[in-house]
Ligand binder design. Sequence first.
Ligand code: THU
Length: 159
Amino acid sequence: MAQVQYDCSTGNHPNITNSTASPVGHEQIQLLLHVCKEAKKSAYCPYSRFPVGAALLTCDGKIFSGCNVENACYPLGICAERTAIQKAVSEGYVNFRAMAIASNTEEDFIVPCGACRQVMREFNRDWDIYMTKPDGTYIVKTLQELLPLSFGPEDLKKF
Ligand code: THU
């Protein structure tokens, strides 16, 4: 599939609350849903036995996957969402358009934890988070909706 470019030019503007970034197409959404489900298979979660997968879409149309990686020293475990973000940033990508998240929970849509919301917010507020169920259904919210009144890089410049 050809890479799609997204206009993410409103990113990091402190007054932007509604998503004005270009919409993610149906095909790309389906791909994100597929990639996060596949990524879940790599989850290393012997302690929680709660596998999670994530698929991160950059504004350049590139997709990074991630899974949760736990550790015998429990606090060192990292969520799928942050794995994907760290993979992307470490390869030079910091502009994000969307992320999809998958778990095995049948009853509820998997939602990102507070720590992941804050890490997502570091890079932009104007992107979409697709929260899925194993049956392929999802709900989608902007990061701004998931983390309103957030603290970010521009706040450090205000004093
Ligand atoms: N986890 C994620 O990877 N993402 C979420 O959105 C929620 C929780 C992981 C962390 C831990 O490895 C396991 O799921 C149980 O909390």
